[in-house]
Design a binder for this molecule. Structure first.
Ligand code: F6R
Length: 612
């Protein structure tokens, strides 16, 4: 969750670190700090955002060619100046930044207190830097060895970077369960919790594996080893990240930019994988496993949040098209439930970030039972794709807005490709329908383009409902996950309570909530259970609820009933989530803007949830 950046080389570190923090701010934003060596080991940190840190240091002449920086999402200890990272060791010779949770920090802290160490913060991180220094002193070992020994005593997850005043050309970094990337420059090195702060300086990167420690010195070769002291050869990869993808590109917020990117990001997620003319669906990343998938007696999809909603669409697709039974599980529940798993099971793990701790843990559990794990991830080189047996990247490009938008539609697109491929292999779909669906899928980017044209109309709606206290979202069939996703988007960025429900379930409880004050968003596109949804709308109307309906272009029946109607282009029922989600994303966006909420960095949230 927290953002980490480090630099050592010949350039001035501060601009690199502060820019890096801005790039990483979506990972956490309740405090920020920097440590730099300029003769002395200097530290600047403050509660608040990176801009607050910049204000805090303004006027100070910060110099130095080595430094570390951190933007925090609090776990241990409230967000304040003292708990902000970096943390000094007791002697102030070392500074350390950390992402993750040291689970046994209390017992380690107790031991150190008994040996007269005095802690300043409430963080687990301070315990680790004290422990490292204690080992250096007690055992007379150099810093890199002390870090290694300390990490062997730690239970939990970490990505850390340490610097020492006494060795001002060296950065040491390590990871377990939290991501870490090393960028290799000409005679310098960049370290970060993801590649976004590195992309503008170098294209050569190394993704650390769990329990690896890297030691980099200006102008020298990288030293990579495991915490068990096994020396490893670094595997250098080419970073493919377009810098413009990291900028707002004229949009007011990343979220809006990412909503508008969807015609392209959907196209990118099927580019080279779909050829309607030739009747071809090809997913190179899973080709070795597709026979096994097609023969599977069941598929279990594991994910969290928005990715879980995409998984739900996947369930409908796989069952509809390929006749494979699917269960969709919250990773956080699945992993603690002692699920029944065996070697025949196929697990599809969906994650935008590829770092979600619960999803990773669920994968480990399923792997330990012999299941085959297929990943659907967006961030290239992240932990999940490196853990799975095979997988497919969504290629949606970096998603910076904390609320997931283009990643969702890209995940649904990839799931659609998988389901179509399975159906083709199993012969559960007629050839003509298969071809029709491929052509239809190819037309989705232009239909999404068209769906985006309701933006102005949605703005009007947002004005009307800016101060609503609750929202209900209803949908059936393929539109049920859309309702869930619409509700999640609204609550996370505008802080309005919203619930998504299967439309027919409303009468089993939520109908009691409906009155004049309750806006009800109904996704009532013209296929599937359309008539039934019309009846559900009537039930809401009869109780004075205010209906905002998402309908297919040209609809008449719902138009007569609904208070407000938003049209989306006609498409096959299977692909409706790809177009019907668009107005709901826009609605949540505009309401949040009108409520003056921080759209890209909603309170309490962070982009990649690397804690359990
Ligand atoms: C909602 C949102 C979250 C994520 C969830 C899983 O807009 O972004 O609900 O979908 O935290 O994250 P990933 O997909 O990175 O595993």
């Amino acid at each position: 969750m927290c953002g980490i950046v480090g630099y050592v080389g010949s350039k001035q570190a501060y601009p690199i670190l502060i820019n890096g923090l801005y790039r990483l701010e979506y990972r956490g934003y309740d405090s920020a700090g920097i440590a730099i060596i300029d003769g002395d080991l200097k530290m600047y940190k403050t509660k608040g955002k990176v801009a607050d840190l910049e204000n805090f240091v303004s006027g100070k002449d910060i110099k130095g060619t080595i430094g570390i920086a951190h933007t925090r999402w609090a776990t241990h200890g409230e967000p304040n100046d003292v708990n902000a990272h970096p943390h000094y060791s007791e002697s102030k010779q070392l500074a350390l930044i950390h992402n993750g949770i040291i689970e046994n920090y209390a017992s380690l802290k107790e031991e150190l207190i008994q040996r007269n160490y005095t802690f300043k913060s409430e963080t687990d991180t301070e315990v680790l830097v004290y422990l490292i220094e204690d080992i250096m002193e007690k055992e007379g070992v150099p810093l890199e060895e002390a870090v290694r020994i300390a990490l062997n005593q730690v239970i939990g997850a970490y990505a850390i970077v340490v610097i020492s005043k006494n060795d001002p050309d060296m950065l040491i970094a390590a990871r377990k369960g939290s991501p870490m990337v090393v960028g290799i420059g000409d005679d310098d090195f960049y370290i970060a919790s993801d590649a976004t702060p590195i992309a503008e300086y170098t294209k050569e990167v190394i993704y650390l594996d769990d329990e690896e420690i890297v030691c980099v010195r200006k102008g020298e070769k990288i030293i990579l080893k495991t915490i068990k002291n096994k020396v490893k050869t670094p595997y250098i990869q080419k970073l493919e990240m377009n810098l413009t993808a990291l900028e707002k590109g004229g949009f007011e917020h990343f979220m809006l930019k990412e909503i508008y990117e969807q015609p392209t990001s959907i196209l990118d997620s099927f580019r080279g994988r779909l050829d309607a003319k030739k009747g071809l669906v090809k997913l190179g990343g899973i080709s070795d496993y597709e026979q096994k998938m097609a023969k599977a007696k069941r598929i279990i999809i594991i994910a969290c949040g928005t990715s879980w909603h995409a998984g739900l669409v996947g369930e409908y697709l796989f069952e509809d098209l390929a006749r494979i039974p699917v269960e969709v599980e919250y990773a956080s529940e699945f992993r603690y439930r002692n699920p029944v798993l065996n070697e025949d099971d196929i697990i599809i793990a969906i994650s935008q970030s590829g770092e979600t701790a619960d999803t990773l843990a669920a994968i480990q559990l399923a792997k330990s039972k012999g299941a085959t794990i297929i990943g659907i991830c967006n961030v290239v080189g992240s932990s999940i794709p490196r853990t799975t047996h095979a997988g497919t990247y969504t290629h949606a490009g970096p998603e910076i807005g904390v609320a997931s938008t283009k990643a969702f539609t890209a995940q649904v697109t990839v799931l659609t490709l998988m389901a179509l491929r399975m159906a083709q292999m199993k012969g559960t779909i007629e050839k003509s329908k298969f071809h029709h669906l491929l052509y239809e899928l190819e037309s989705i980017p232009s239909k999404v383009e068209e769906a985006l044209k309701v933006d102005e109309q949605i703005k009007e709606l947002a004005r009307i409902f800016t101060f609503a206290r609750n929202f209900l979202y209803l949908g059936r069939g393929y539109n049920f996950p859309v309702a869930l996703e619409g509700a999640l988007k609204l609550k996370e960025i505008s802080y309005i309570h919203a619930e998504g429900y299967p439309a027919a379930e409303m009468k089993h409880g939520p109908i009691a909530l409906i009155d004049r004050e309750m806006p009800v968003v109904v996704i009532a596109t013209n296929k599937g259970t359309y008539d039934k949804v019309v009846s559900n709308i009537q039930e809401v109307k009869a109780r004075n609820g205010r209906i905002i309906a998402i309908v297919t272009k040209g609809d008449t029946a719902v138009k007569e009933l609904a208070d407000y109607v938003i049209e989306v282009p006609e498409t096959d029922e299977l692909f409706v989530p790809l177009v019907a989600t668009i107005p709901l994303q826009l609605l949540s966006y505009h309401i949040a803007v009108m409520r003056e909420c921080n759209v890209d960095q909603p309170r309490n949230l962070a982009k990649s949830v690397t804690v359990e």
